[in-house]
Design a protein around this ligand. Structure first.
Ligand code: HMG
Ligand code: MG
Length: 286
């Protein structure tokens, strides 16, 4: 029987957070409602971060209140601190994600904190999540390259992975935040990370600036990873990672892994429709 690969849809969060146009909550909800019918098990739909930092995500509570929740789909939200956690919990997010960086430069730019300070904040969030029985995912950004610090060592990534594991993250998503990771370096990084966390609890989160995200997916598949984050329409980027392009497009990722013989369980026609809708939200009308 064909092996399964899960695509974790992050478009409504990572795809839209970087858009300059103020996208109304109703349009976000329409995209999420369509995505909910595509066969995803997990969709990241909101961030409970400072609206001063990411204005596009300020309406997370409104979005979570308005979506039509499909049983079996987990609706996820990013939480940078306890305040964000309280917001996500009140809005009935099904799971949360904490997001650290393997590089000091990006940690400061994205969270206004050193890696160590950010982990202290995340420990508070993790404690609250544990008490509430809330599922918590972790991200590590800049797993090969940082827009500020340059190349990142595999050891630095493995250390942060271990820290998030110890905080109770059920899965850790490895972010090539600026989409410049070379497959050879991705492979070495994965070797170091796998000493800390098994492949079944790791995911790949590859932005596609240099057009090598799918090659990096293949490297990660070779290392045993079976979960990859994608954004319909390939939208997005991080406002605090200069020059970063969008995530690998879900539709391209789906086609690629199917071509390699994996099953994703996604409805190709619905994913294509959602990709078109996502591009229109941006105003690109591609
Ligand atoms: P700060 O300025 O150091 O914190 O930001 P602060 O405590 O001084 O707060 C500043 C203001 O924000 C205050 O408001 C707080 O109340 C408010 P004021 O008193 O000035 O009116 N505030 C909040 N409001 C709502 N919700 C909250 C919250 N917290 C504070 N949770 C902080 C520190 C962490 C808040 C800020 O740096 C932040 O929000 N950062 C998030 C940046 C972000 O969302 N980046 C994009 C997501 S990460 C990403 O895309 C990478 C990823 O995709 C993986 C990859 O690709 O690698 C996940
Ligand atoms: Mg990202």
């Amino acid at each position: 029987m064909a092996e399964r690969v899960e695509i974790f849809e992050v478009g409504p969060r990572d795809g839209l957070q970087n858009e300059p146009r103020n996208i109304p909550a109703t349009e976000k909800v329409a995209l999420i409602d369509l995505l909910s019918t595509a066969g995803f098990r997990r969709i990241e739909v909101a961030s409970f971060v400072s609206p001063k930092w990411v204005p596009q995500m300020a309406d997370g509570a409104e979005v979570l209140a308005a979506i039509k929740r499909v049983p079996g789909v987990s609706y996820a939200a990013l939480t940078p601190n306890l305040r964000g956690y309280a917001g996500a919990k009140a809005a009935k997010a099904d799971e949360i994600a904490i997001f650290a960086s393997a590089s000091e430069g990006f940690s400061r730019a994205n969270l206004n904190a050193s890696i160590a300070q950010s982990l202290e904040r995340f420990a508070e969030v993790a404690g609250a999540a544990r008490d509430d029985g809330m599922r918590m995912r972790g991200y590590v950004s800049c797993v090969t390259d940082c827009p500020f610090d340059g190349e990142i060592t595999p050891d630095a990534v493995a250390r942060v992975v271990a820290a998030l594991r110890d905080l109770g993250a059920y899965e850790i998503s490895l972010g090539d935040t600026i989409g410049r990771g070379l497959p050879e370096r991705m492979n070495v990084m994965l070797g170091a990370v796998l000493d800390e966390m098994p492949a079944e609890q790791l995911a790949g989160h590859f932005h596609d600036t240099a057009g090598r995200a799918l090659e990096n997916v293949e490297v990660a598949l070779g290392r045993g990873l079976r979960v990859f984050d994608g954004a319909v329409g390939g939208l997005g980027g991080c406002p605090y990672a200069p020059g970063a392009a969008g995530n690998v497009g879900t539709e391209a990722l789906d086609a690629h892994v199917r071509g390699l013989g994996y099953v994703t369980g996604l409805d190709v026609a619905v994913v294509a429709q959602a990709a078109q809708m996502a591009r229109e939200l941006r105003g690109a009308h591609a």
